[in-house]
Design a protein around this ligand. Structure first.
Ligand code: SF4
Ligand code: F3S
Length: 106
């Protein structure tokens, strides 16, 4: 499966949503996740994300491995998002910030 990582937090560009053939993105207040039960590993979303937040589970950077469980957990409680929308207002600033997991809203 594919996994959304920390770079998406407080950005939520949503370009990924438009290309997903199985609509497996789920939306929280300031982060998106991929439902691992629905993702068919098509890879299309990876190149679309301006924050480069999406990785194959097997290719996750070492410091992002905990996002596999977080995607699975939040995908069970967040609603589907099937259309692109505007990014969050300060996305272009937050995309440069590392270590922002403490900003995640559930
Ligand atoms: Fe959707 Fe394909 Fe990305 Fe999986 S890899 S989330 S199926 S676009
Ligand atoms: Fe997030 Fe990138 Fe999609 S910032 S909403 S994973 S395009």
């Amino acid at each position: 499966t594919y996994v959304v990582t920390e770079a998406c937090i407080k950005c939520k560009y949503t370009d990924c949503v438009d290309v997903c053939p199985v609509d497996c993105f789920r939306e929280g207040p300031n982060f998106l996740v991929i439902d691992p039960d629905e993702c068919i590993d098509c890879t299309l979303c990876v190149a679309e994300c301006p924050a480069e937040a999406i990785f194959a589970e097997d290719d996750l950077p070492a410091d992002q491995e905990h996002f596999t469980l977080l995607n699975a957990e939040l995908a069970k409680v967040w609603p589907a998002i099937v259309e692109r929308k505007d990014p969050l207002p300060d996305a272009d600033e937050w995309v440069k910030v590392k270590d922002k997991l403490d900003q995640l809203e559930r």
